[in-house]
Design a protein around this ligand. Structure first.
Ligand SMILES: [Zn+2]
Length: 268
């Protein structure tokens, strides 16, 4: 018996002359890999429904619970053509695709993340600026849904809430420490350092709907700091994460490009 799956297509690779292997994020089963026989043949039954960044309904089945999802049919629900025709938007759409592919284990149902990603693409499709802010807000929510933070700037050493200045945080277990407690631990820690107010903003965004972006006012400097913080948090979990500010055609920002998770602002 075939099942219908609502899916965002993340990756589509040609297999042999006629077939395709498709990785998609489904509402019902999370990340899955599907096999589409004949998907490269002319006049095939899948049309554009298996192109990356398409929201499609897929009809198919697993032969055994762990086997590839055999695709029988697919229909486009939303092709996100505005994103597809805009190189800048494509890059911002690529960041969550890569994050989800790297962070989400296969076969784990994550409907809240699915809805968030779909909402992100719908907003990116309509949005004409402030793509960076949209990505920041998306990733704050994504990290929270996946259980990786963001973190509240309360020092785990002395229990004080850190209002200004720098904090050291551990992206693995959510531990945050103030300057004094961090000094007592020794300065050799490889945990990232960031501004307490950036952490506070991320924490706020992680609980908010993406829709309210119009009411968010960020300076270019704040936006750069948040982009950098997001990169630090994701790169902690994803080896060789491409830092958003290293992408050459995105808006140039005043902060220097970070090249690795161990290179961070100094605590001094
Ligand atoms: Zn402290």
């Amino acid at each position: 018996m075939a099942f219908e799956r609502y899916a965002l297509i993340l990756r589509s690779v040609r297999y042999g002359d006629d077939d395709r292997v498709v990785t998609f994020f489904s509402l019902e089963e999370g990340l899955l890999t599907g096999f589409a026989r004949g998907a490269n043949a002319t006049g095939n039954r899948f049309g554009a429904a298996l192109s990356p960044l398409t929201f499609s309904s897929l009809l198919g089945r697993h032969h055994t619970p762990d086997s590839l999802f055999r695709l029988h049919k697919a229909n486009v629900i939303d092709p996100f053509s505005e994103i597809r025709n805009d190189y800048d938007k494509l890059v911002w759409a690529g960041l969550p695709v890569r994050a989800i592919l790297c962070l989400l284990p296969a076969h784990v149902q994550e409907p809240a993340l699915f809805e968030l990603f779909l909402h992100y693409l719908c907003l990116l499709e309509k949005e004409n600026s402030r793509y960076g802010l949209l990505w920041i807000r998306f990733s704050a929510r994504m990290l929270r849904i996946m259980g990786f933070g963001p973190l509240i700037p309360v020092c785990q050493g002395c229990g004080l809430e850190i209002l200004i200045g720098k904090v050291r945080f551990d992206p693995e277990n959510g531990r945050v420490r103030c300057r004094d407690c961090s000094r007592m631990d020794g300065e050799k820690s490889r945990e990232p350092v960031c501004q307490a107010d950036s952490l506070r903003l991320l924490e706020r965004f992680s609980g908010e709907d993406l829709r309210k972006s119009e009411s968010v006012v960020l300076s270019d400097h704040q936006e750069s700091q948040l982009l950098e913080l997001i990169d630090q948090m994701i790169s902690w979990h994803v080896h060789q994460w491409t830092f958003s500010q290293a992408l050459p055609f995105l808006k140039k920002t005043p902060l220097p490009v970070r090249t690795g998770k161990n290179e961070h602002l100094s605590m001094s």
